[in-house]
Design a protein around this ligand. Structure first.
Ligand code: UDP
Length: 239
């Protein structure tokens, strides 16, 4: 069996990634492939906490601005993340993976409330824990939730699975000369305003010394490459 570089990880999947090319709702082919890989990782002995975004249904500012008061729009975004967790939990269960959903906003009839000690116990028992509703407060992102939960569960790394294969010095969609970094410091991400994640998430990972590996989810097997320590994407850390 391949050596594991990381034993406990926090995987962040954007909501939009779950929609595939449809950009809204679910592409169950994509969801299934991602769940297959999560299963493989747990079979390899990796403890998996997962934060899922909500952008495939609703983003507070992007979709609500000018129509819905910010706080309420963000509450809607957090509920969207809970729906994503429920869908992914169900597909994982269909594949025989033991999974728990914990939400930062209480929806007791459908998910456990977030309780750190309980989450860690689940991880130790080999269960995948899906963290829903971000951090439970408006004005934050699920990237920040990923960093917060990673800090709380003492994750070795944050695996930031994106629709781009790493961190670039410019937007590669707009600039053909954009260069990808293999590694970059938190300070440089902040100073250069690189859009890898929002500044709140970047500074929280910097303050808590949690490395963030940014890579493309397009090939979900990248998640396995990441936990085995293969050189993919860009590592954001104390470089
Ligand atoms: N959100 C929030 N607080 C949080 C996390 C998320 O208010 O702690 C809301 C916010 O409106 C955000 C939406 O939920 O736009 C969906 O999350 P995000 O945009 O991070 O999802 P992603 O882009 O990863 O799909």
């Amino acid at each position: 069996m391949a050596q594991l570089k990381y034993k406990r990880v926090l995987l962040k999947i954007s909501g939009e990634a779950l929609a595939g090319d449809k950009h809204f709702g679910f592409d169950f082919d994509v969801v299934s492939k991602v769940c297959d890989v999560i299963k493989k990782c747990t079979d390899m002995g990796v403890q998996m906490g997962v934060v899922i975004g909500g952008g495939n249904f609703w983003r507070g500012v992007k979709n609500g601005e000018g129509y819905i008061e910010r706080t309420r729009a963000d509450h809607m975004g957090m509920l969207a993340t809970a729906m994503n967790c429920m869908a992914v939990a169900d597909v994982l269960e269909q594949k025989g993976v033991d999974v728990r959903v914990q939400t930062a906003l209480e929806i007791k009839e459908v998910a456990e409330p977030y309780i750190r000690a309980r989450a860690i116990r689940h991880l130790e028992k080999g269960r995948v824990v899906l963290f829903g509703c971000g951090i439970g407060s408006p004005f934050f992102s699920t990237d920040t939730a990923a960093v917060l939960r990673a800090a709380e569960i003492n994750a070795d790394v944050i695996l930031l699975a994106k629709n781009i294969d790493g961190v670039y010095n410019a937007d590669p969609a707009k600039d053909a000369n954009a260069i990808k970094y293999d590694a970059i410091s938190y300070e440089d991400v902040l100073a250069q305003h690189l859009a890898v994640m929002d500044s709140t998430a970047t500074s929280l990972s910097m303050d808590n010394h949690i490395p963030v590996l940014v890579f493309a989810l397009k090939d979900p097997e990248n998640i396995i490459r990441a936990v085995e320590g293969e050189k993919i994407g860009t590592i954001v850390g104390e470089n």
